[in-house]
Design a protein around this ligand. Sequence first.
Ligand SMILES: *[C@@H]1O[C@H](CO)[C@@H](O)[C@H](O)[C@H]1NC(C)=O
Ligand SMILES: *[C@@H]1O[C@H](CO)[C@@H](O)[C@H](O)[C@H]1NC(C)=O
Ligand SMILES: *[C@@H]1O[C@H](CO)[C@@H](O)[C@H](O)[C@H]1NC(C)=O
Ligand SMILES: *[C@@H]1O[C@H](CO)[C@@H](O)[C@H](O)[C@H]1NC(C)=O
Ligand SMILES: *[C@@H]1O[C@H](CO)[C@@H](O)[C@H](O)[C@H]1NC(C)=O
Ligand SMILES: *[C@@H]1O[C@H](CO)[C@@H](O)[C@H](O)[C@H]1NC(C)=O
Ligand SMILES: *[C@@H]1O[C@H](CO)[C@@H](O)[C@H](O)[C@H]1NC(C)=O
Ligand SMILES: *[C@@H]1O[C@H](CO)[C@@H](O)[C@H](O)[C@H]1NC(C)=O
Ligand SMILES: *[C@@H]1O[C@H](CO)[C@@H](O)[C@H](O)[C@H]1NC(C)=O
Ligand SMILES: *[C@@H]1O[C@H](CO)[C@@H](O)[C@H](O)[C@H]1NC(C)=O
Ligand SMILES: *[C@@H]1O[C@H](CO)[C@@H](O)[C@H](O)[C@H]1NC(C)=O
Ligand SMILES: [Cu+2]
Length: 580
Amino acid sequence: MYRVQKSLALLLSLATAIGGSVVHDDDSFQPDHILRVTAQNYTEACNTRYSVLVNGTSPGPELRLKEGQVSWIRVYNDMKDDNTTIHWHGLTAFTAPFSDGTPAASQWPIPAGHFFDYEVKPEIGTAGTYFYHSHVGFQAVTAKGPLIVDSKDDPPFHYHEERTIILSDFFNETDKKIIDGLTSTNFTWSGETGAILVNGKSRQATNSTGSCQLASICIEPGLSYRLRFIGATALSFVSLSIESHDVSIIEADGHYTKPLNTSFLQIGSGQRYSVLLKAKSEAALKKAGKRQFYIQITTLERPKTLTNYAVLHYSGGTPADLTTVPSSPPLPTAKTVQGWLDYKLESLHPDHAFPTLNEVTRRIIIDVHQNVSDHVIWLQNGYDWVQSFPQSPYLVDIYTGKLNTDEVYQRAISRGHGFDNITRTFPAQIGEVLEIVWQNQGTFTNGGLDAHPFHAHGRHFYDIGGGDGEYNATANEERLKSSRPMQRDTSMLYRYREKTKPLAPSGWRAWRVRVTDAGVWMFHCHVLQHMVMGMQTVFIFGDRNDVIAQSDPVDAGYLTYGGSAYGNTTHSPVVRHYFG
Ligand SMILES: *[C@@H]1O[C@H](CO)[C@@H](O)[C@H](O)[C@H]1NC(C)=O
Ligand SMILES: *[C@@H]1O[C@H](CO)[C@@H](O)[C@H](O)[C@H]1NC(C)=O
Ligand SMILES: *[C@@H]1O[C@H](CO)[C@@H](O)[C@H](O)[C@H]1NC(C)=O
Ligand SMILES: *[C@@H]1O[C@H](CO)[C@@H](O)[C@H](O)[C@H]1NC(C)=O
Ligand SMILES: *[C@@H]1O[C@H](CO)[C@@H](O)[C@H](O)[C@H]1NC(C)=O
Ligand SMILES: *[C@@H]1O[C@H](CO)[C@@H](O)[C@H](O)[C@H]1NC(C)=O
Ligand SMILES: *[C@@H]1O[C@H](CO)[C@@H](O)[C@H](O)[C@H]1NC(C)=O
Ligand SMILES: *[C@@H]1O[C@H](CO)[C@@H](O)[C@H](O)[C@H]1NC(C)=O
Ligand SMILES: *[C@@H]1O[C@H](CO)[C@@H](O)[C@H](O)[C@H]1NC(C)=O
Ligand SMILES: *[C@@H]1O[C@H](CO)[C@@H](O)[C@H](O)[C@H]1NC(C)=O
Ligand SMILES: *[C@@H]1O[C@H](CO)[C@@H](O)[C@H](O)[C@H]1NC(C)=O
Ligand SMILES: [Cu+2]
């Protein structure tokens, strides 16, 4: 009797906890934020190109969310003939079903002329620096903007003010031309980045007459600042330093760290860091004889090094000079520091959830290399993944029953790699603890190697380090004894040389992940070119029951392309308010 009542009560509580409420987001519904995506000719770095933009600019406006609070973000696709989605980079596990913003994985893309209401709820303890960006094609080269999660309470570090510094790349060809070239049998590279943009601005040494300017970060003498750096580049892995200013790292990918002093940052696409900067006093500025200091940004691991600048300017004196580009770098040219911060950076507060080796239930090795057959592709365990591979989004297929998660899991386990080569997914059960190793290998043709910033959607992983050669779990466990791995959502698979033998293991990056959040989560290299060329994979966390446990009849509107969960000028969307 007691048992029956208890299970009934449990069922009832589950029903209210998971369903959320069905709401018609009509005229009376006020989203907390609105983003409008357009495609238009847009000028940056003295060049005009046809670009996908958020709210008419690149970067788009800064979004500020509060930890623990539900926010509704309405995204309008105002383009004429292209799909879009917006992904909340770093926030992913904390969004409602269908709100992760990945086409072909978690949702149907938003058709032209339609809009979609995203529901996000940053968990308590995740205040920090993020960004949002399109996840369709090459759109994220321009369609993105900063996303800051503010603390409910005072942040654990004192500073007077903060500044956001978002880095992006300029490519002069259109998204379409770049994608066509990368996926063509007549492979054509996108070209190298034409400029590193800082808050959308850049000026090259060759622009002696152009009107484009260097970005200026304006500060006041004597104050302390939190600088939030966002690596929103398409391709570039950069080293960044500020003339005559050292900084102290206090946050990485949304997690506060023990302060770590440094004279430079190394930022890959998808990574974020906050640093504290103590501004010089008036007296120190007088002594230095200037109020303007260059921020020097150098690309790493590319055939040709590009060095670009922005300006850190102290208010109160002459206006900043934003048109003089140094003819030679004021700071030494940066070189890659392999394994920068690995085994060193620590969470500010001890993180007791770090999974030990004993807790690991499965180790998944993902071999990555480039292959050239009729065209050039990047493979994970022998398979590429591109947006056009699935016929419908996996999450939708799980809801409709078209995708049988049990079969996928059986196949993946029996093949040995943990990888199901039919759906091209890595399935995992809730409660598993995965050790995931990205193993770099020489290209199939000539043994060439690249550096890759690997990013995971879903709950953040514990970064357990990286190194040269082939992963050795025993040796790494030794190294972990004297370090406390941090949670990250993007970390760098380095290359330790330009070339090795074809398919020879050469460099690895390892993560531990607790499988907690049912859903479909992309794990991929964050270099947009590499994504287009197949360097993406999909993890399915939980089985159909776990996913369906979050279901509700209203979800029908989410299950077809342009379904009723997607609004347009004549139709207000039928939306489930997941968090109630
Ligand atoms: C984006 O633009 C729309 C109007 O075009 C405006 O309502 C909205 O507030 C803007 N969003 C942000 C985050 O500034
Ligand atoms: C963008 O500029 C190109 C080249 O000048 C031009 O051909 C095209 O019509 C423009 N597109 C729009 C939408 O204005
Ligand atoms: C938009 O997405 C739908 C559904 O995935 C797809 O069928 C269509 O081809 C896409 N349109 C474009 C222009 O890519
Ligand atoms: C882009 O830059 C390359 C190299 O400078 C040049 O050859 C090409 O014509 C440019 N393309 C456009 C569309 O400006
Ligand atoms: C391959 O592409 C290049 C430009 O990327 C072009 O010059 C060349 O004509 C193309 N070759 C073929 C066979 O289409
Ligand atoms: C500015 O420099 C870039 C890169 O060198 C070049 O492509 C562009 O044409 C220049 N623009 C002007 C107006 O000088
Ligand atoms: C880090 O830098 C701060 C500010 O310059 C300084 O007060 C502190 O002593 C430094 N810490 C270490 C460990 O060097
Ligand atoms: C890799 O390249 C080889 C040689 O061109 C080709 O035989 C093989 O099919 C390719 N594999 C994939 C998955 O494309
Ligand atoms: C999947 O892998 C098995 C071997 O493990 C192979 O026999 C089969 O052809 C592969 N299927 C696909 C679709 O690649
Ligand atoms: C892995 O590392 C351990 C400890 O450093 C070492 O004893 C062992 O030989 C290594 N294994 C391989 C295959 O290199
Ligand atoms: C707007 O959405 C409704 C409901 O999904 C659909 O019937 C209608 O055709 C759509 N209108 C346009 C212009 O797409
Ligand atoms: Cu890559």
